[in-house]
Design a binder for this molecule. Structure first.
Ligand code: SAM
Ligand code: DTB
Ligand code: SF4
Length: 341
């Protein structure tokens, strides 16, 4: 008690703050100064409070700490996908409750976007269960993007791999963000997906970046990967020449019928640590607390916000699985003093 109020200990506290600040300067994003997996694992290994303090300091230096961006997701084309992503209920080859549905009609998409806007979402993200869009699929989606943009919402799409020339068309239609996840570390990737390569994903992100569309890319935690592999995913994202503006960190939502159903559940603190490491490594990116909120409860979600998460998906459904009701999120935000952006 005496110690913590003595002038000497105050000086000590100042010295520690300074050394902490020196430690949290963002890594320069160049070829010489990249995050190594060992450095990232060292972050994960910090005592929990130290890691949270560092993440919060980085967060406060770059963002309003009480503001969270909200996006609403809509599955414009559900199910029947040709790919074999081991976590995904929409893959045709797995026996889940998700049915193959046709592409939604433009008017229905506009109505859903209006509802999202009325509920306070600032971005509307349209997802399709495709390996990638065929030209005949892309054309109606371009119309959806243009209409949603005209409503004053930011637009985002996640349609799978893009071929030469498709990012140009998306840009022309008014697309602000393209979501395409790396999903996991290169070393674990082949255990989860075999129908597309890691390089295919990087190529799509390059096409998006080349058209000045904002990049949204992250991954899934809790698929049975090791801590080193969680660090490996973050290294891939943070070491990009230009890291993604938006980094979704999904907790695996286990769906019956998918190969990853039954995977041992991840300790929630490890998920919070992943968010904190992402925040420290990508100081100016939005880190999105994505899938998995439904199973987390408010206490773990609050730790995620403290760790630097500053974006969520808002609305009762993600693509095919449940998300907390918007009314519940409103109550949670009010309790925590969080403002939506
Ligand atoms: N089909 C497109 C693609 O894969 O690029 C776009 C939609 S896909 C569903 C978008 C992302 O959702 C996946 O890359 C994955 O990271 C995430 N996702 C899918 N199923 C999930 C699950 N069960 N739990 C957590 N995240 C999931
Ligand atoms: C992302 O990283 N997470 C969202 C969004 N991008 C497209 C999707 C989560 C999907 C969860 C499983 C489902 O609802 O089907
Ligand atoms: Fe298809 Fe996307 Fe699901 Fe993979 S994640 S199976 S590509 S919908």
């Amino acid at each position: 008690m005496l110690e913590s109020t003595s002038p000497e200990s105050k000086t000590q506290a100042v010295i520690n703050m300074d050394s902490l600040k020196a430690n949290i300067q963002p890594h320069a994003h160049n070829t010489v100064n990249r995050w190594s997996v060992d450095e990232i694992v060292a972050l994960f290994e910090l005592p929990f409070s130290d890691l949270m303090f560092r993440a919060q300091a980085v967060h406060r230096a770059n963002f309003d700490p009480n503001a969270v961006q909200v996006s609403t997701l809509l599955s414009i084309k559900t199910g029947g996908c040709s790919e074999d992503c081991g976590y995904c209920p929409q893959a045709a080859r797995y026996h889940t409750e998700v049915e193959d549905e046709p592409l939604m009609k433009l008017d229905d998409v506009i109505a859903a976007a209006q509802e999202a806007k009325d509920n306070g979402a600032s971005r509307f993200c349209m997802g399709a269960a495709w390996r990638g869009p065929k030209q005949r699929d892309l054309e109606p989606v371009l119309k959806m993007i243009a209409e949603v943009k005209a409503m004053g919402l930011e637009t985002c799409a996640t349609l799978g791999m893009l071929k030469e020339g498709q990012a140009e068309q998306l840009k022309e239609a008014g697309l602000d963000y393209y979501n395409h996840n790396l999903d996991t570390a290169p070393e674990f990737y082949g255990d989860v997906i075999t129908t597309r390569t890691y390089q295919d994903r990087l190529d799509t992100l390059d096409r998006v970046r080349s058209q000045d569309i904002h990049v949204c890319s992250g991954g899934i935690i809790g698929m049975g990967e090791s801590r080193n592999q969680r660090a490996g995913l973050l290294a891939q994202l943070a070491n990009m020449e230009q890291p993604p503006e938006s980094v979704p960190i999904n907790l695996l939502t286990q769906v019956e019928g998918t190969p990853l159903h039954g995977t041992e559940a991840l300790d929630p603190f490890e998920f919070v640590r992943t968010i904190a490491a992402a925040r420290i490594m990508m100081p100016t990116s939005f880190v999105r607390l994505s899938a998995g909120r439904q199973s987390m409860g408010e206490a773990i979600q609050s730790l995620c916000f403290l760790a630097g998460a500053n974006s969520i998906f808002y609305g009762e459904k993600l693509l095919t699985t449940a998300n907390p009701e918007a009314s519940e999120d409103k109550k949670m935000f009010a309790k925590l003093g969080i403002n939506k952006i």
